[in-house]
Ligand binder design. Sequence first.
Ligand SMILES: C[S@@+](CC[C@H](N)C(=O)[O-])C[C@H]1O[C@@H](n2cnc3c(N)ncnc32)[C@H](O)[C@@H]1O
Length: 364
Amino acid sequence: MNAAKTMSGAMEGGGAYNRHAGLQAAGGTLALDALRLAAESVVLEMADQPIVIAEYGVSQGRNSQLPMRMAITALRARVGPDRPGFVYHEDLPVNDFGSLFEVLESAPDRYARDDPHVYPCAIGRSFYESVLPPAYVHLRWSAYAAMWLSSVPIPVADHIYVPCMKGASSAAFREQGKEDWQKFLSLRATELRPGGRLVVVLPGADDDGLTGFEPLMNDANDVLTQMADEGAITADERAHMVLASFGRPLRELLTAFEIDGRFCGLSVEHHERLPVPDAVWDAFLHDGGGARLVSRYAAFYRSTFMPSWFLALAQPNDAQRKDKLSDRFEHLLKVRLYARMEPLRSQVQMLVFARDGQLPRDRA
Ligand SMILES: C[S@@+](CC[C@H](N)C(=O)[O-])C[C@H]1O[C@@H](n2cnc3c(N)ncnc32)[C@H](O)[C@@H]1O
């Protein structure tokens, strides 16, 4: 078995991602003002047509309720309470859509709760394909998703995490990242209506490509090596474990815009990189509780990144083995985190793109 050319993994199922993705929620929250401004700027035509919002890489939906509510509120202020609206939530077919539907149906803060004219929908398809018709979407949101690659460019690398890789491994992943990002943007540009807006939130990286996740990823890298030494995973499985996801410096994200500031009809309206508050560390400083601190970091890591290791397993669908490996991984990671006891210094990169051009005549 090897993991080359396989798709990125979805998040840990059974609602685990929803329970442990506080860091992604905090990063997404920092982009809410940008989303509101984008919703206020979107060009809206034809009073009888539904407003279309699309979200890419929804996962299990808990972190989507606040941004979607914010976007709908801003759009409602412009179009009134009666105009129908679709909200399409997209993710890979292997995503835990059951948990998403539960949130959409019964979460107390669900965005459609008080708005009978908003219709949530879900799509199981990669965002590296066309997901919606051309010139269809007014406003799109994608948080902590578009940095996942379409595939793993080389089967074996010298570290699980791209910013910690050296030489040829790093170059292969960065090249794949560049291709994928341009594909993502060009597909989304086609789906956006003229005057539409695309808001993308990504893990941030400084000019040297460092993201703040490096100490945690070094721990995880060492844990996987320890698990291979213990015989919990084979040497071949260990060799193929790599994370097809990493934050990129702004210059890598804006390469395609260098010539005349436009790419596929998109122009950059806003970009900003900010530190993400670490609520887990703040709670520890306030209340103490080292064991709770490392448990929360480890649960975050497990729910977001652990499924990627399973792509390298000889039998990736062996649920019993995966549970056992996850438990062992989490335990060993906690031991290392306890020895280090540091906050997670991550950053968030937000980008807002505006779509230019004319509507097709039959839609204007
Ligand atoms: C870290 S989660 C982000 C979830 C949510 N947007 C948030 O802010 O918490 C990343 C999501 O991107 C999805 N993803 C990764 N690659 C994808 C692809 N090629 N097409 C669609 N979704 C993808 C994963 O399945 C996962 O649900």
